[in-house]
Structure formats: structure tokens, C-alpha cells
Design a binder for this molecule. Structure first.
Ligand code: SAH
Ligand code: SF4
Ligand code: F3S
Length: 483
């Protein structure tokens, strides 16, 4: 499921590597292709790899790019870490993301002892932090390659350097204004795909580490985005998810500025594309023209993820979110007036420094007023280097946990109530997979992101079908195919 086809056999590996990208990477990929072939012949089996993604959809997309490069040079993907090349694409948004990575590294070391040819690479957001790289350099000597978020495209060159030098290769960039196009990418699903429309973040919410590890906001050119989607559609994709930390500020930094709403209008025109999703929307930049475009669109899904983070205007100010409780509720009103049936989801942080019972009640109030279809709730996690980490009024863990549980109950009750509203109706679902608990059932996703399980044959995977939502089971439906 490769969208870009490069004929590596036509790339010359004689002489020095070209300076420009992506030609430079094609050169290293061609060199590695020869090496992989030789090595496989020696071993009498293909070389295998696995990428493990920690973190968000941007990371998942980056992992697809890594997989694309490795497949192009002849590695074969496997689903076990007993592989010849294991890549951990890490996340550092909350402390527990880091803990998980350290926890699993010891296990990787034990695998490497059994397979001396095994290579281990760490990349992604966690690697953009100096303390992490220092710790790995000192205490995890068996790691072969460390790189960051800005030079994902360089995997082939880094792997080549590692094979040449036999030493740990560390290449972390502090930032970049470069966007390298035209490298391979290996999609996880044939029928749906993520598409980066921008990289980085300029918002500096005071709790958040993303702007430090992902760098400044950069939008891709609309022509490149449209071309990528058209190629994907020609290759069987019917649903895309446009990705960015704040898609609503898309296009501001382009030579020819363009709004996100305008980009959506262009994407809507792509024939054969059936569904458009996007994330994430920052409430401060969500325009009335975007609401209008969503309302009139035949392809944009009936779902909006609109992270609120907190319902307290005081905390929102301390979080640097740039909207008040009232402005958020007013925005939700405008969205619901235009699209009464829309499914809204959100992210909420509990235990941000300075949070009082009163602030928490404001958050509960917003949850009750908006009535989210679902909400991702997080306990505040202190990230070194962010302004919130040095705020003096950190909330006690016990207090935060108690509030967290109260919030969770509220969110789940509302969610179960809302999901039920479509019971008995017929809706279109994109069939995604065979149900992993009962193989006689298929699992499909509705426009509003809710799942439905129904009897059917696997030939329907990747197709949009009409399903009667016979019975609501809390957060999902059991249904029947409507012929
Ligand atoms: N760009 C997206 C969010 C990316 S991070 C946006 O602005 O909506 C995903 C979610 O992780 C955030 O929405 C926030 O709720 C949560 N998060 C980020 N930093 C956090 C921290 N330090 N502690 C707890 N949750 C955090
Ligand atoms: Fe983090 Fe805020 Fe940027 Fe989202 S918008 S990635 S929460 S800084
Ligand atoms: Fe994590 Fe990086 Fe995404 S920190 S949430 S993987 S942008």
C-alpha cells in the first residue's frame, strides 16, 4: 500500500551522496537495498522489522513513513519484537508515556542478546529531550540509533551510518523549517489514511511539551496535500484524517495564505474520496466559515473533536488557552445550531496547578452543558521545561484522583445516553475489520466515530455499507446489514 513508487534500481550509488532531499535519501535507500538483499541471502530468510508507536496520530503517521522506507529497501514487516530491526516511536506528552518506553527497553535488550544482528532505534518526541538522550546514551548502550521528530525522513541515512560505524548514532535536530516530500509511506489500512497538513505547534499551552518537541508550526502546500490524497484515493482510500496539532490555523504561514475551511473545500472536490475527518481543532481558531463548510459538506464526518481542557476561565487563562468558559460554550452553541446532530468529543485535564473545587465544578458544568459523545480525561502530568511545571500551586494527587473519578462517571453517563440516540436508525458505516472477539462479526465505523458490529463477510472490509443500528450496547452498537 505504497503511494510513492521509487525505482531504487535506477538510482546510482556510485560517488558521493547528493546534497538535496529527497534525492539524498534515495541514494542511501538504494545502497541499503543491496545490503538487505545480501544479508537476507546470508541468513536464508528475509530481514524483519517492527515499528511500535507510542502517542498520537502524528506519531502513527510518522511510523508509517518509517515503515515505508524500510519496506522499500527490502525489510519485511512483522508483528513481534523478535525482529531484526525494532523502532520505538516515542511520546512524552505525559510522564507515563516515558515510563512505558523505559520499561520495555530492558526486554528489548534481552531479545538482542539472542539475535546479535538485531538493531534498535528510538525516535519521536521523547528523544527531543536532552535528559532522555543522555540517560539512554549512558544506561542503554545497546540502542543503535536515536533520532527525533524533525528528521524522520533520514532513517535510511542513519541506518547506513550505523552499519558503517558500528557505534550508537545520535542525530537530534533542535528544529527545522524543512518539509521533505516524496518519500514512501506504508499505510496500515488500505482504505483509510492519515494525511499531515501541518507540523509543529505555536500555541504553548502552559502544561504542554508538544511545541518544544515538535517545533514551530509549518503548513504543507495545498498542492502537495491534494496530490497525496488523490494518489491515496487511486490506491483504494475512501476516508482520510487530516492531521495537525491545530488544524484551524492551517495555512497562515504559507507564501499564499489559505484557511483550513478553504483547504477543506478543495479536498471535498476529490472524486472517489468519501469521508473526511480532521484533528485537532483548537477552539480559539475555529471560524464561522469552517462551521459553514462543515454544515454544507457531503464528506466531512459528523464529528468534531474540540478539546476544552478545563471549564474554568481562571484555569484556561493559566493554561494559555486564549478562550473563556463563556466563549467556548458560545462556540459550541454556534456549532450545534448549524449541525444539531453533531457528535462532539473533547480532552480534559484534571489537577492543573491551582485547580480548586470551584474550578473543577466549572469543568463539570461545561461537560453537562455540552454533553460530549465522549471525552478523553487526563490527570495533569508535570512536564519539565513547561511554564506550568514551576507553578507553585500543584494539586495533591489524592485530590486530583478523586475529581478525576467524579468527572469520569459524569462523562460516561452522558456518553452512554447519547450513543443510544441513534438506536433503530440506518446509518452508513465504513467496514474496518473482522471483530476481534467474534469472527462472524464485522466492525464498522459510523460517521460520528461510533463503532457498530454486525454479521457479514470479510469481502466488505474497506466498503461503505448501510447498517441498521439494532441495539445500543453502551459505547457501541450491534447491527444488521441492510441490503
Ligand atoms: N494539539 C492538541 C492536543 C495534543 S496533546 C490540542 O491542542 O487539542 C493531547 C492531549 O493531551 C491534550 O489535549 C491535553 O488534554 C493532554 N495533555 C497535554 N499535555 C498534558 C499534560 N502535561 N498533562 C496531562 N495531559 C496533557
Ligand atoms: Fe499542546 Fe496546546 Fe499545541 Fe495542543 S495546542 S499541542 S495542547 S501546546
Ligand atoms: Fe506524544 Fe508527540 Fe503526539 S508528545 S501526543 S507523540 S506530538
Amino acid at each position: 500500500m505504497d503511494t510513492i513508487s521509487i525505482d531504487l534500481n535506477k538510482i546510482s550509488t556510485a560517488g558521493e551522496a547528493p546534497v538535496n532531499e529527497p534525492e539524498r535519501q534515495y541514494y542511501f535507500m538504494a545502497k541499503l537495498k543491496e545490503w538487505v538483499k545480501q544479508k537476507s541471502e546470508e541468513l536464508g530468510r528475509p530481514l524483519t522489522f517492527i515499528t511500535q508507536t507510542f502517542g498520537c496520530q502524528m506519531n502513527a503517521k510518522d511510523s508509517e513513513k518509517l515503515a515505508g522506507i524500510l519496506e522499500e529497501i527490502g525489510y519485511v514487516e512483522t508483528d513481534t519484537e523478535e525482529a531484526d530491526f525494532v523502532i520505538y516511536n516515542t511520546c512524552t506528552v505525559r510522564e507515563n508515556a516515558n515510563t512505558r518506553v523505559y520499561g520495555r527497553l530492558g526486554f528489548l535488550n534481552s531479545l538482542k542478546k539472542k539475535n546479535p544482528d538485531m538493531l534498535i532505534a528510538l525516535c519521536g518526541c521523547m528523544m527531543q529531550e536532552d535528559v532522555v538522550v543522555e540517560k539512554i546514551r549512558k544506561s542503554y548502550r545497546f540502542v543503535d540509533i536515536i533520532f527525533g521528530t524533525h528528521n524522520i525522513f533520514k532513517l535510511a541515512e542513519l541506518l547506513y551510518n550505523r552499519l558503517q560505524s558500528k557505534r550508537m548514532i545520535i542525530d537530534i535536530w533542535q528544529g527545522t523549517d524543512q518539509i521533505v516530500e516524496d518519500l514512501p509511506s506504508e499505510r496500515k489500512y488500505k482504505f483509510k489514511a492519515g494525511v499531515n497538513i501541518m507540523y509543529g505547534c505555536n500555541n504553548f499551552c502552559s502544561y504542554c511539551i508538544v511545541p518544544y518537541v515538535r517545533g514551530r508550526e509549518r503548513s504543507r502546500n495545498p498542492e502537495d496535500i491534494i496530490k497525496e490524497i488523490k494518489d491515496m484515493v487511486a490506491d483504494g482510500v475512501v476516508e482520510i484524517m487530516l492531521l495537525g496539532q491545530n488544524v484551524n490555523s492551517y495555512g497562515k504561514t504559507l507564501d499564499k495564505p489559505m484557511t483550513f475551511a478553504e483547504l477543506l473545500l478543495e479536498i471535498e472536490k476529490i472524486e472517489g474520496l468519501e469521508r473526511i475527518r480532521f484533528m485537532t481543532s483548537h477552539p480559539k481558531d475555529l471560524s464561522d466559515s469552517l462551521i459553514e463548510v462543515m454544515k454544507n459538506s457531503k464528506k466531512i464526518c459528523n464529528h468534531l473533536h474540540l478539546p476544552v481542557q478545563s471549564g474554568s476561565t481562571k484555569l484556561l487563562k493559566a493554561m494559555n488557552r486564549k478562550y473563556t468558559k463563556e466563549q467556548y460554550l458560545d462556540l459550541v452553541d454556534r456549532i450545534k445550531t448549524a449541525m444539531p446532530n453533531i457528535s462532539l468529543t473533547t480532552d480534559i485535564i484534571i489537577g492543573f496547578p491551582g485547580e480548586t473545587e470551584e474550578d473543577f465544578l466549572d469543568t463539570l458544568d461545561v461537560v453537562r452543558k455540552v454533553r460530549y459523545d465522549s471525552a478523553y480525561t487526563f490527570l495533569y502530568s508535570k512536564r519539565t521545561g513547561t511554564p506550568a511545571a514551576v507553578m507553585e500551586t500543584q494539586v495533591e494527587e489524592e485530590v486530583a484522583k478523586e475529581r478525576f473519578n467524579r468527572l469520569l462517571k459524569e462523562v460516561q453517563d452522558i456518553s452512554a445516553d447519547l450513543t443510544k440516540r441513534d438506536e433503530g436508525t440506518v446509518q452508513t458505516a465504513l467496514v474496518e475489520e473482522i471483530n476481534n472477539q467474534d469472527s462472524s462479526l464485522l466492525t464498522g465505523r459510523l460517521s460520528n466515530n461510533v463503532l457498530v458490529h454486525f454479521p457479514g463477510c470479510k469481502e466488505l472490509i474497506g466498503k461503505l455499507v448501510d447498517v441498521k443500528l439494532a441495539e445500543c450496547k453502551g459505547f457501541y452498537y450491534l447491527g444488521e446489514l441492510v441490503e
